[in-house]
Ligand binder design. Structure first.
Ligand SMILES: *Cc1c(COP(=O)(O)O)cnc(C)c1O
Length: 219
């Protein structure tokens, strides 16, 4: 199957999951995760109408996306991988959405760059719902205080939450926890669900799903 055909299949599955969960048609946005894929493989997906893409590395995104963005109106690029502080200026310059705000140091750097560049990417906080030591993200019980710090002290607008559940667990409870934290903190965007579990995530209220291999094939 081509990426184009896969895209149609994923779109149909999203629509079916929306209907199955009594969600409004179009309630869920698809972020097509193009990490590791060369521009030649991304272009057909853009031509098929997809505009929202996710990348997990700043440097890789810098090598592909300025040209791809210049070629098409309305591209929206999301950073979905961990951000290092020495890459913050580049990330603020290139990305429309940074989904991985996960610690005070990075939040401070982002705040500084937003003021310096007068560029305003949407910001999501990544939550480590499984409290996995190797995984990025703020601990669930520290999320409220961190979001409050970002908002009041650093003047950041936090509009979303993002999580990556542990691979070996039922993702449902993790999606439910992210939804609860979003409600408690007045946040509307829920970025959760990947190729293997986006339909489950939609049942738990995902407003954005991040789908890579189901569109572009194995990495
Ligand atoms: C790679 C990645 C995805 C996409 O994963 P697939 O299983 O290929 O759909 C989603 N979110 C994040 C944060 C990723 O790094």
């Amino acid at each position: 199957m081509s990426a184009r055909e896969n895209l149609e299949t994923v779109r149909a599955a999203i629509a079916a999951a929306e209907a199955g969960a009594n969600r409004k048609e179009g309630a869920v946005r698809l972020v097509a995760v193009s990490k590791t894929k060369p521009a030649e493989e991304i272009t057909p997906v853009i031509e098929a109408g997809q505009r929202v893409f996710g990348e997990n590395r700043v440097q890789e995104a810098q090598s592909k996306w300025p040209d791809l963005k210049a070629g098409t109106d309305g591209i929206e690029l999301h950073l979905i991988g961990p951000l290092q502080s020495n890459k913050t200026a580049d990330a603020v310059a290139l990305f429309d959405v940074i989904q991985t705000v996960d610690r005070e140091k990075i939040a401070r750097e982002i705040s500084k760059e937003i003021r310096k560049q007068d560029k305003h990417p949407l910001l999501y906080v990544q939550v480590n719902t499984g409290s996995e030591p190797q995984k990025a993200g703020i601990e669930p019980d520290e999320a409220a205080a961190f979001i409050a710090l970002c908002r009041s002290e650093l003047g950041l607008t936090i509009s979303g939450l993002m999580c990556i559940p542990p691979v070996d667990e039922n993702p449902g409870p993790h999606f439910a926890l992210l939804g609860k934290l979003a409600r408690e903190n007045g946040i509307e965007t829920l970025s959760m669900g990947m190729s293997d579990d986006f339909d489950t995530a939609i049942g738990f209220g995902a407003t954005e799903v991040r789908v890579g291999s189901a569109i572009f094939g194995a990495r």
